[in-house]
Ligand binder design. Structure first.
Ligand code: ADP
Ligand code: ASP
Ligand code: MG
Length: 468
């Protein structure tokens, strides 16, 4: 452990020249006191734009491709104009064109193939972070600091699961020691691209949407940073998404486990996998608002002090689907069928968000993301082909008109009446509860409700748990 501070800036925190300046000034302020490594997201909405252009390339829509690339360049040129002194602009323009040139090359490959190979998509969408890292690093230089933009494909080593890669920490540590440590030792501030990495043999990968938080945690862990500060556009981790619950409050402190459960259950403020690399070394994390840096934010810690019992936050996921299966009679082993269905989902790379079963009818339902629905039904149909063909298992039923609500809190264990109160609060709003799932940790109560009642249910539970 040393006194290194890792700072991550999200899309809105580098979304314009003004925001990049604010981010750069926050880096400068801390860099005056201790070594800093920065990790940045692409400017807001840029990743979506890049993905759109890739889609247009597959469809061979030249006008849309050109329009998209023009927008990409314009957004960054405009930022340069405001961000950097006139003497530097031409040079940085050329560097931008070099990076967008890479994007053009990848996109025209897709256009020729009429197909978007996952590996090419990953290389293409990392362009957003390469551009923002360049600009933030150039701004730091323009205010007199030593800085270098670093492409994380040279640092973060991952497996080859394109679009959702996982880091290999030992290899990443070696690369970080070789690439980042010498910069830090010389007093140079590395500005590392969030979101991307590469396999050991150099194929570009990305860590999943919103993955820059995860990148920053990986960098902080392999460099043994003292702290990680995640700068975003809200005051910290709140008792609910402030966009859904106007009365949501900031949590001063939250545990790694609570924050991870919240993130997995849809709280976008943190990428679900962010905390995993930090837990072992107990590296503290702060979630802070780059629009109000004077506010303390939320500290994510290994354990809470006394007096923090009960539910701590409510979260929700709207884009989910419930897949149900029911054995035709009690002679068919329901648990066995369920185990095979779950195994099939796992092999297909589909994440199971919640699970609920009935012991009498042996029926069960699995909650997954909507985007995984096709892969999931296909995997289950293949795994249970014989049982389905012979009628031992009723056909797979899919319900897309559902949403997941989750209540999280380490201290819920001791609150026996809490679940009942939560269900009553939801029913009072006349929202149908479809399934209930509680993890063995008792850290989270997950409830599947009708989609159109989801927001109402979140607000009702938030009020019932006295979180406001
Ligand atoms: P960034 O681009 O900085 O990574 P994100 O948009 O990914 O930011 O995440 C921040 C957003 O997360 C907030 O604007 C907020 O609407 C949303 N959010 C969802 N749940 C929560 C929560 N419990 N606490 C705070 N923010 C939340
Ligand atoms: N730019 C990427 C995304 O939009 C990663 C991130 O912002 O965390 O998903
Ligand atoms: Mg994010």
């Amino acid at each position: 452990m040393n006194n290194l501070l890792a700072m991550k800036f999200g899309g809105t925190s580098v979304g314009s020249a003004a925001r990049m300046k604010a981010a750069g000034d926050l880096i400068a302020l801390e860099a005056a006191k201790r070594p800093v490594v920065a990790v940045v997201s692409a400017m807001s909405k840029i990743t979506d734009l890049l993905l759109d252009v890739a889609k247009h390339a597959e469809a061979d829509d030249q006008t849309a491709i050109d329009g998209g690339i023009e927008l990409l360049e314009a957004r960054h040129f405009e930022a340069v104009q405001e961000l950097l002194p006139a003497t530097e602009r031409l040079r940085v323009h050329e560097q931008i064109e070099e990076i967008t040139g890479d994007f053009r090359r990848i996109v025209s490959g897709m256009q020729m193939l009429g197909y978007r190979p996952p590996r090419a998509v990953d290389e293409a969408i990392a362009v957003g972070e390469r551009l923002s890292a360049l600009l933030v690093s150039e701004y730091l230089k323009s205010i007199g600091l030593a800085s270098e933009a670093v492409n994380a494909s040279e640092v973060i080593v991952t497996d080859a699961v394109f679009g959702n890669a996982s880091p290999m920490l030992r290899e990443t540590r070696e690369k970080a020691e070789a690439k980042l440590r010498p910069l830090l030792d010389r007093g140079v501030i590395p500005v590392v691209t969030g979101f991307n990495g590469a396999t050991a043999d150099g194929r570009p990968t990305t860590l999943g949407r919103g993955g820059s938080d995860f990148s920053a945690a990986i960098v902080a862990a392999v460099l043994d940073a003292a702290e990680l500060w995640i700068w975003t556009d809200v005051d910290g981790i709140m008792t609910a998404d402030p966009r859904l619950v106007p009365g949501a409050k900031i949590l001063d402190e939250i545990t790694y486990s609570e924050a991870a459960e919240l993130a997995y259950a849809g709280a976008k403020v943190l990428h679900p996998r962010t905390l995993a690399p930090l837990v072992e070394k107990k590296i503290p994390v702060w979630s802070k608002n780059s629009f109000a840096p004077e506010k303390p934010g939320t500290r994510i810690v290994p354990a809470l002090g006394a007096g923090n019992g009960g539910a701590r936050a409510v979260t929700s996921m709207a884009n989910v689907a419930l897949v149900s299966l029911e054995p035709a009679n009690t002679g068919v082993g329901g648990v066995h069928v369920m185990a095979r269905a779950i195994d099939a989902l796992d092999s297909a790379g589909v994440e199971l968000l919640a699970l609920s079963s009935s012991s009498y009818r042996q029926s069960f339902c699995l909650l997954i993301r909507k985007e995984d629905l096709e892969a999931a039904t296909q995997a289950i149909e293949t795994a249970l082909a014989l049982e389905l063909a012979h009628g031992y298992v009723h056909g797979i039923e899919v319900d897309q008109n559902v949403g997941l609500l989750a209540v999280v809190g380490e201290g819920m264990r001791g609150f026996s009446g809490l679940a009942g109160r939560i269900f009553t609060a939801i029913s009072r709003e006349k929202v149908n509860i479809i399934a209930i799932a509680q993890g063995s940790s008792e850290l989270t109560i997950s409830i599947v409700v009708r989609r159109d009642g989801l927001e109402k249910a979140v607000r009702a539970v938030h009020a019932e748990c006295h979180l406001a």
